[in-house]
Ligand binder design. Sequence first.
Ligand code: TUI
Length: 317
Amino acid sequence: MRIGNRVSELLGIEYPIFQGGMAWVATANLAAAVSDAGGLGIIAAGNLNPEKLSSEIDKLRSLTDKPFGVNLMLLSPQIEGLFEVVIEKKVPVVSTGAGNPAKYMESFKKIGTIVIPVVASATQAIRMEKIGADAVVAEGMEAGGHIGKLTTMVLIPEVVDSVSIPVIAAGGIADGRGVAAVLCLGAEGVQLGTRFICSPESEAHENFKIKLLKSRSLDAVVTGNSTGHPVRSLRNTLTKEIISLEKKGAGFEEIETVALGGLRKAVIEGDMKMGSVMAGQSVGLVKKILPVEEIIREVFEDAKNTIKKLEEGEIDE
Ligand code: TUI
């Protein structure tokens, strides 16, 4: 049995697995490793300026000739320049987050770039299909970073029933059981973030990786609910400070000031106290640092075995 489908065919990849476009973490090095291993590596542009994005794309292309993507975080202050780089470099796949990419759609289509927006609801997915998206990543609130309100378990079937384009599931998936589960829900691909941080190819600070390995799912807490901008990250001094500010009724701007630069502090400087250690609930399932190729192989091997067991009626074994 081969887990291949519309997603692998659309993108020309071996396994329908994406590596999430995590700001600061999803560098050319990590993305190239994922693409080279048969998945879709994605460079995060969220923390980059246009020049740096351009050099990261060149670097990835020097490491692999496989398809890859760039994630455009639509709230980036430099979004226009980043968009221009993606067009100029003819990036094969673009994923978008934190907004509606409608105004860029025509330009992407013109050069044949495949557009896969990240959505957190069926309403957003329907809107994305209407504007010509090729697929959507539906991200449940188990994910790390900025999140929506729905769990993967509810979001995926609702999105699958609402659109005809392929749906890639994200949020809470770290192993083969998760992959098998979302395939049952109708997803045709998966996106993993947290799991890929824990690889030698990820350039996140060692402290960040160690903290992830030591954490359980309940350590991945949500701050910012009171301001309408929920973010999931690992409990530390920063999250405690933010929660106490929220209890005092602090507004979005005050909280943003505390959180500002927090992700860089965590990923680059390894500050586990005042850094924003963004990770999903699946952190509790990640027990070891494994090369990207082995992660992908293990995840799909386990997914296939899980499905096979179900087919053989061995659910209780
Ligand atoms: O984008 C994310 N998660 C993120 S982005 C990010 S970057 C950052 N944040 C703070 C400090 C430093 C860097 C961290 N985490 N997930 C994808 C996602 N997008 N989830 C939900 C959405 C979304 C939200 C609104 C998609 C569309 C949307 O509106 C579309 C519409 O219908 O208008």
